[in-house]
Design a protein around this ligand. Structure first.
Ligand SMILES: C[S@@+](CC[C@H](N)C(=O)[O-])C[C@H]1O[C@@H](n2cnc3c(N)ncnc32)[C@H](O)[C@@H]1O
Length: 220
């Protein structure tokens, strides 16, 4: 029993994975490949991926958005949870990063579900809004440059149907979001975004202390 979230020390974390992680082989292989990348720290954790798959299935999601693909682990997580006619619009600015994931997407048989758009995400999301896709999406995952979060959130919110969910990553910013003395651009951006979201009555909120902190915002 606990009245607050307990600390996940290394031994408990290993136990948690041991008793609950069901990572498909293709995701495990992409994670191993990404671990060799100098920016590997950017990838979400496997238990967060598993949670996102459950969310996608609970929402009966067909149309999803991802802002920030990197080597495509989280895109693959979502694509694997989608029905055969589901799709994810995956936004990133780097062909180098996303090229790492593409062979694994193909290997998993879900390349056709991932609509990769290489451009600044605001441009891609604006084009989707202009194309009349407002209200068409069930789930969005925001995990790109932190100062851009407010712009991504606004656009994803208008693209989402009522009852759809936006999952926002790196809410803790490695713990620095809670430290007012940390003056890094990312920590300041996350603090500002988190404060804004707290008062946003257009969504229901829940912050899951998984990975680097994942806020779920459900459109009401
Ligand atoms: C934290 S990583 C994403 C990690 C990924 N979700 C995963 O779990 O593997 C952030 C990504 O955002 C991308 N990015 C940065 N600025 C962007 C922008 N303006 N528009 C779209 N993507 C951007 C970067 O290229 C990088 O691949």
């Amino acid at each position: 029993m606990s009245t607050h979230t307990i600390d996940i020390v290394d031994r408990l974390y290993a136990y948690m994975l041991d008793i609950s992680l069901r990572e498909p082989d293709v995701l495990r292989r992409l994670r191993d490949e990404t671990a060799k990348h100098p920016m590997a720290i950017m990838q979400i954790s496997p238990e967060q991926g598993q949670l996102m798959q459950m969310l996608v299935r609970m929402l009966d999601a067909k149309n999803c958005i991802e802002v920030g693909v990197f080597t495509g682990y989280s895109s693959l997580v979502v694509a694997l949870a989608l029905p055969a006619d589901g799709r994810i619009v995956a936004c990133d600015i780097s062909e180098d990063y996303t090229a790492v994931g593409e062979p694994f997407w193909k290997d998993a048989g879900v390349r056709g579900k991932i609509d990769l758009r290489i451009a600044p995400a605001t441009e891609t999301l604006d084009a989707m809004i202009t194309a009349g896709e407002t209200g068409d999406y069930d789930f969005a995952f925001i995990d790109a440059d932190k100062p851009g979060y407010p712009e991504y959130f606004e656009r994803c919110l208008s693209l989402l149907r009522v009852g759809g969910v936006i999952a926002v990553d790196n809410i803790f910013m490695d713990g620095n979001a809670a430290d007012p003395d940390t003056t890094s651009e990312n920590a300041q951006a996350m603090r500002k975004f988190n404060a804004m979201l707290k008062d946003d009555t257009r969504v229901e909120l829940s912050l899951i202390p998984i990975g680097d902190g994942l806020t779920l915002a459900r459109k009401v």
